[in-house]
Design a protein around this ligand. Sequence first.
Ligand code: NOJ
Length: 713
Amino acid sequence: MKYKNPSLSVQERVNDLLPRMTLEEKIAQCIQIYIPPDHPGEIVDRIRAVGLGSRILGAVSLAGNVSQRTAGIEDLNEIQRIAMNEFHLGIPVIHGLDVIHGLRVIFPIPLGLAATFDPDAIQKTYNIAAEECFRLGIHWSFAPMLDIAHDPRWGRIVEGFGEDPYLGAKMAVAAIKGFQGELDENGYQSQDHILACAKHYIGYGGAEGGRDYNTAEITDHTLRNIYLPPFRAAVQAGVGSVMSAFEDLNGEPASGSRYLLTDLLKEELGFNGFVISDWASVAELIHHRVAANEREAAQIAFDAGVDMEMVTECYAHHLADLVMEGIISMERLDDAVRRILTQKFQLGLFDHPYADVQKSLEIRDLSAYHAAAREVTARSMVLLKNNGILPLPGDVRRIALIGPFVNQRRALLGTWVNDVLADEPQTLEEALRASCPDVEILTAPNGLMDEMIMIAAEADIVLLALGESNARNGEYNSIASLNLPAGQEELAQAVAGMGKPLAVLVFAGRPVTLTRILPHADALLYAWHPGSMGAAAAVDILLGKVNPAGKLPVTFPRGEGQIPVHYNHKSTGRDHPRYLDMPVEPLFPFGFGLSYTRFEITDLVVEPVEIPAGASVNVSVTVTNTGECKGEEVVQCYLQDCVSRRTRPERELKGFQRIALQPGESRRVEFTIGPDEMSYYGAGGSWVLEPGAFKVWVGNDCKASLEGSFLLK
Ligand code: NOJ
């Protein structure tokens, strides 16, 4: 059996195995099921008879807060043993789990990770997650989520990298490299890596009204230029799987669209991994009313390009008949199975099918992961206001630490965490006490608001920890009002009334409206839902051990009335569209974030100023730390195609670099703007590079005003 020989290439092994398989055995590879811990006999019999593509390790369809352990190593190994030894072909099962921002050590929510503007840190983060998964027998994570989102009401904004296609693409590549690592010359991944899944393809973030699962209407122009780039980058980075989305997009459910899955993803972009449906999204074609029954749902989804069905059994029940009747071709089935087997070989599953119980024990000491998490978490936090009260002065004697987030643990982790496996984080109070043992820390003994206000009166400085619950984010958790939960704005106002310096921390899974809190705060640190090391990282920033440098990966609106809101809006025929009762400018723009020091960006040079098609320009600036402490700045480069045949954004991020400078230090920072940055999807969806003038801006948020230009001949 050649396919069992690990010295052959992946392709040779797939070519050897595929012709040995019966129709039923091929179809079994296209199925992902949930297997309960007590494995009913019929599931085991089925694996013995025809094998199984995949097992999902989540017990509920609602993504977000997983409170039960779904399978331990012994259980995973037992099912694998049946697939390897009792099914005559010995094809391993691939185990998939939603590992969205860490497994045991929890990192910030992905939206927070995006705020680092630091792809290397993201790669390291997902590398750690992969290592943890691999050792526990999990081969595949349903991440990263690459949905662009313009609506913070949508609960799943938490899980993506924000509103910008360029930033989203960079983060996508970093996460995928972190999960999957590199392939060797025979096409194999190295051990300790797992399969990534780019989801939800595509347009899921465009849900009308920000209501999860809702219809999206996105023109092909916007789909390609705004929503597609992270997926395109993911495909180029070699992502092994893509998940088809739940929603109905432009009149076709995404999980039943041949245009999206086959024409665009597989043929045009050249994706050669496999497509998995979202949970039940094949059967849901019936709810969308494009399929009358399971058989039609199977036909539409499989024909569209969904290679593996998650949880529902339309494929299991109907694909065989559809192939035998010639409605689905054997060629299409072979293509799907080839894609799935390729990933299984690539992952090394045929050669190392079992989780190593011994190795899984070796990582009980998580200190190296904790250190990495503390660092990336501090990098994710965004300082939105500071009139000089932060960092806390060295001579502070009494701190009032108040607010609903002082003693939270679970909420700090955010949504999308496997509660049973995740670390228990420190509370903010514990972290602050541990870091400043000599300072008197006053807390409200019973957590009552009146106590908090009395304590505030006695302190030198007040730290007010506000936020929203993890349960208010994630799948099917959209909200209509972006305000912090009831009472928190009033608390901020009442505390501010005591006249003490007030630093506000906000722990949240989305942009919340800060319009009524901001005037009362002397400083405001946006901490997201920061994960296992969140409290420690926030304290590092409050004390000035870390100088904050995170930047907003999404625009922060003043109120819901500004939604949809994003910086890369287009030019209009008339003056910028306005409201009569609210400014159109958001509260905080994309890319915004302060530091404890100051950076000046000067001397923008574009070279050359005229280029032929296909050439690149070099954009450079001098960045100087003009403040008193060392710090990091995310230098951002924006581009405008001055005249184009299709309407284009007023400006678009096309480069960023996070650099560290000592006080007084200057550095030249360079960006290369090449044909890829200058091109866009134009008429008929073609990728075009149009001659003409371009403007560039470099600065420290999307409002950058230092300007240059060049001409593409
Ligand atoms: C539904 C979610 O939309 C998706 O993101 C997740 O990966 C699957 N459920 C599996 O849990």
